[in-house]
Design a binder for this molecule. Structure first.
Ligand code: GDP
Ligand code: MG
Length: 295
């Protein structure tokens, strides 16, 4: 059997488990996950190397109806990803029947010529209704798209899924060194880890208007010092993030620091600042600066 390699875009509605799956597959934290929808803003490239294949996975922002400039850019980014890859993995929430959002994505994928495989995720949450739910997806997808069941949380069905994806890639060499798991700069991964903690610790009034900028990473002897700024749109949000006596920011910083230490495998000193930048989401220049490209 020839070695196979190629790019696989993970496509799916927000919250179906794309980031969780990606993290599970590469066995290291490369994408952030949270119970809040739309947490993945940047296309993230994770690299999965098996003895017979190398899959380069792109985590796309969840596709949804855009409401503002940032929303539109998220959709453009997902659309762009479809045309550039060897294969698409359409991830759906298999614990719920197919809905209109799923049908919309299926249409988008049918218009592209890229081969598609479908994974019904969250199989750990279905029981006797599994086949009935699967039938609702069977009904809307193309008959030539293979259907798989998996749980990104428990890992059930994941090896078979990887095998099926690998088998459908073209023969080719390693695209990245086998030991690499991500080609995202450390800085971006660190920013995502801070943003994840903000989402975990705050309620709905904050998350969607938060961006994180890593100002400096200093190799400080045994420790790595990281200076980061959390951008919010309103001063009320800044107040929430800082919290009573700075307690909230401390919690956020502690969580992010622990994750960063895992990422770089060494001690981290993290200093967080909060800055108010009104309407940062509506400034194209600002978006570009933070790495959200409308390509
Ligand atoms: P994304 O928006 O598609 O990237 O979704 P995330 O990966 O951020 O996951 C959204 C939520 O679904 C998180 O709370 C995950 O823990 C949860 N989730 C993801 N995969 C599974 C799964 O296989 N089973 C269960 N029960 N929950 C899952
Ligand atoms: Mg995600």
């Amino acid at each position: 059997m020839p070695f196979r390699s190629g790019f696989v875009a993970l496509i799916g509605r927000p919250n179906v488990g794309k980031s969780t799956l990606l993290n599970h597959l590469v066995g290291e934290k490369v994408a952030i996950t949270s119970p809040v929808a739309q947490t993945t803003r940047n296309r993230l490239r994770a690299i999965l190397t098996t003895p017979t294949a190398q899959l380069v996975l792109l985590d796309t922002p969840g596709i949804h109806k855009p409401h503002h400039l940032l929303g539109q850019r998220l959709v453009q980014s997902a659309r762009g990803a479809i045309g550039e890859v060897d294969q698409v993995l359409l991830l759906v929430d298999g614990s719920q029947p197919a809905g209109r959002g799923d049908a919309w994505i299926v249409e988008l994928l049918r218009q592209a010529r890229t081969p598609v495989q479908v994974a019904l995720n969250k199989s750990d949450r279905v029981g006797a209704d599994a086949d009935d739910i699967a039938a609702t997806y069977r009904e809307i997808v193309s008959p030539v798209w293979p259907l798989h069941r998996c749980s990104a949380l428990t890992g059930a069905g994941c090896p078979a899924l990887v095998e099926a994806l690998a088998a459908a890639l073209p023969p080719g060499p390693h695209l990245y060194p086998p030991e690499m798991v991500s080609d995202q700069p450390e800085q971006l991964l660190m920013a995502e880890l801070v943003r994840e903690q903000v989402l975990l610790h705050t309620r709905e009034e904050v998350p969607h208007s938060v961006a994180v900028q890593i100002d400096r990473i200093v190799d400080d002897g045994p420790r790595t010092a990281v200076l980061a700024t959390v951008l919010v749109e309103r001063s009320s949000q800044k107040g929430i993030l800082i919290g009573q006596g700075g307690r909230m920011l401390k919690e956020i910083g502690r969580g992010a620091r622990l994750q960063m230490q895992k990422l770089i495998d060494g001690p981290v000193y993290l200093e967080l600042f909060v800055k108010v930048v009104p309407n940062w989401r509506r400034h194209p220049g600002r978006l570009a600066e933070l790495g959200y490209r409308g390509d």
